[in-house]
Write a protein that binds this ligand. Structure first.
Ligand code: ZN
Length: 263
């Protein structure tokens, strides 16, 4: 039994992906529990990134103060093209923003529930792909800061989705896509001044997830509604735990929930 604040799952790219649950300061290998019964009890409170304990979050996984003041919840987190740290302009906390934004970023193409575009910090590449439940991914471009990755993404969004259809992603493996062909096709569609950032690495990464049974009609579970989730784990994909009877649990969206896990 483990008690503590839930964090998003850790993952390692193996075949299949190896997952671990992060609860408080404990890390629990999860793959071994597929096919077995597990339970997650919500203890009734949540912890914000600032350390404050609350009955519920204000918005997303933040308290009121953090949602309106923390650089972790600023506009450019959701719209990277609005980043300004590389221009020396503060949004909420310039020191933090410089560290976060002025670092190499990738723009990538992935196949999670179909073709999509996304961005990630260079160091988070594989983690990001796994978190989104991508089955295939390829680097599209590498840029020196987050703002530029957002600008390229905006260009590609004119032609491509940037969101994963999570219900479809959880319903099975998507049809294979020739990502290199798509990369070549979309490289032609971005403005010529951005083409110099297109990455020369054309390797396609294939990702397999530890799933025994995919849900048929996906039913999403929320701890704020049901308080306790119990049942046989049938697989893990993206940041979702798949349970018997078509139920799915998004671990990441429950970041900060104080829980008791029984395995
Ligand atoms: Zn807070």
């Amino acid at each position: 039994m483990y008690t503590g604040s839930l964090d998003k799952m850790n993952s390692i790219l193996e075949n299949p992906v190896k997952y671990s649950f992060v609860v408080g300061d404990k890390c629990i290998d999860l793959n071994d529990f597929i096919g077995l019964k597990i339970s997650i009890d919500w203890l009734g409170n949540v912890s914000c990134v600032c350390g404050k304990s609350l009955n519920k979050f204000y918005r997303q996984n933040f308290c009121y103060q953090c949602f309106w003041n923390s650089p972790l919840a600023s506009q450019s987190i959701f719209k990277p093209e609005l980043c300004t740290a590389d221009l020396g302009i503060e949004e909420r906390d310039l020191d933090w923003e410089k560290k976060f934004q002025i670092a190499p970023h990738y723009v990538y193409l992935a196949n999670s529930s179909g073709l999509k575009v996304g961005i990630t910090r260079k160091t988070q590449k594989i983690t990001r792909w796994i978190d989104q439940g991508a089955s295939q991914a390829i680097l599209f471009a590498e840029v020196p800061n987050r703002r530029l990755s957002g600008i390229i993404e905006v260009e590609l969004k004119k032609h491509l989705a940037d969101k994963t259809n999570w219900r479809r992603m959880l319903s099975g493996e998507p049809e294979k896509i020739d990502l290199l062909e798509k990369k070549n096709e979309y490289s032609e569609k971005i403005p010529s001044e951005l083409r110099r950032f297109v990455h020369s690495d054309d390797e396609v990464t294939n990702i397999n997830y530890p799933v025994k049974v995919f849900p048929v009609k996906v039913k999403s579970l929320s701890l704020s509604k049901v308080k306790k989730i119990e049942g046989k784990l049938t697989g893990i994909k993206g940041q979702y735990l798949l349970f018997e009877n078509d139920r799915v649990f998004n671990v990441r969206s429950h970041k900060g929930y104080n829980v008791k896990i029984s395995l």
